[in-house]
Design a protein around this ligand. Structure first.
Ligand code: HEC
Length: 343
């Protein structure tokens, strides 16, 4: 099916540009079939299309035409979508123009929407452009049901990237000498995205040799470093106070390392943190106690650790909206991963 292929291509593109960012060992990142009974029309069908074709220009990083389409709030603000009224929705007007019209969206030179994608967007708006309803709660004509049944869902990657842009703009790039030293140590250090001076650092290629001494190299770029992946590396609790200084981190991968609750004591100071992965470590419920002040934390991965459901629930009470991923054990998750991934 064409749409399926398109989505596969899009996913590959996303992987190649931000490849290192998406190796979170998480079942939810995996591709799966759309399920009309449990999946939402906007989140699981519409948002991925917009993410693949539109939000590069109308999204977190750019606002061409002075509007964005990457969240519910931004779509509503854009006034390009009027639920139930195709003829009043400028979004429909623009995507339905002939391919050679100079106002057609996406514009010339960019990958166009397929006939199926146009059909899906038209359907969603005609059905009221709901952001909350499940597919099965809408009226789904037979031909659309067939298209939807063939869709593959994988979480749009841009959603993750946008997180970093909640941070204030940086006037200066990071110190080139400090970046050079990190690079020389074999750590992949790069700008998080084109339009930002924030940096991501990934030690995956040197995981075996990366240790507490190298963590010290990161401190001179702490004002710029917002993503850090030291999973599977030799990092230990000895770096805890150094890690605790990396205050702009929004995303931290510590999975499969020898860190313990002592590390979390310092991680608990990283008040910008939105994503933390400590899967396959020795952390326990006592360690989670230190994380209670991380009010921006949205995702925490603790499978194959000493963390219990009771401990996870306690933290969830302290941080509204937090999703604690305990792997197969997680009881109340709606769309349970089909197969637990083996670490
Ligand atoms: C390569 C960048 C780019 C891509 C990709 C892109 N757009 Fe645009 N879009 C623009 C620019 C630039 C404008 C402002 C100029 C204009 O109105 O043509 C615009 C304008 C629009 C407008 C007019 C808004 C208004 O005020 O009336 C709509 C609607 C729109 N885009 C929707 C989309 C949709 C939906 C997609 C994806 C299917 C998309 N665009 C993809 C660059 C892009």
């Amino acid at each position: 099916m064409l749409l399926q292929k398109l989505i596969a291509i899009i996913t590959i593109t996303a992987v190649s540009t931000v490849g290192f960012m998406i190796q979170n060992a998480s079942a939810e990142d995996e591709k799966r079939k759309v399920n009309p009974e449990t999946d939402k029309a906007y989140e699981h069908v519409i948002a991925p299309i917009l993410a693949s074709r539109c939000t590069g220009c109308h999204g977190a990083n750019k606002a061409k035409g002075k509007f964005r389409l990457h969240t519910k709030e931004e779509i509503l603000k854009s006034e390009t979508v009027v639920g139930g009224k195709l003829e009043e929705s400028t979004l429909i007007e623009r995507i339905m123009l002939p391919d050679d019209d100079e106002d057609v969206m996406p514009p010339e030179g960019k990958d166009r929407l397929s006939a199926e994608q146009k059909k899906i967007i038209n359907w969603w708006i005609a059905e009221g452009a709901s952001f909350d309803k499940k597919i099965s709660e809408l009226n789904v004509p037979g031909d659309l049901a067939t298209i939807i049944a063939g869709l593959i869902y994988s979480k749009p990657k841009e959603v993750v990237i946008t997180k970093a842009f909640n941070l204030p703009d940086l006037p200066q790039p990071a110190d080139a000498g400090a970046v050079g030293a990190i690079d020389k140590a074999g750590v992949l250090i790069m700008q998080l995205a084109q339009d930002t001076k924030y940096l991501s650092a990934n030690a995956i290629n040197v995981a075996k040799s990366f240790n507490d001494a190298q963590v010290k190299l990161l401190i001179p770029v702490k004002t710029h470093l917002t993503w850090l992946d030291v999973s599977r590396s030799g990092i230990t609790d000895q770096s805890a106070s150094d890690v605790g200084q990396l205050s702009m981190l929004t995303k931290l991968h510590l999975e499969n390392t020898s860190i313990t609750d002592q590390m979390l004591q310092h991680v608990g100071k990283l008040s910008n943190l939105e994503y933390l992965n400590v899967y396959g470590t020795k952390v326990t419920d006592a360690g989670l106690e230190h994380l209670k002040g991380l009010k921006k934390l949205k995702k925490l991965y603790v499978w194959q650790t000493g963390v219990t459901e009771a401990g996870a629930n306690k933290l969830k009470e302290a941080i509204p909206g937090l999703d604690v991923n305990m792997g197969w054990k997680q009881p109340e998750k709606e769309d349970k991963p089909e197969e637990p991934k083996k670490g």
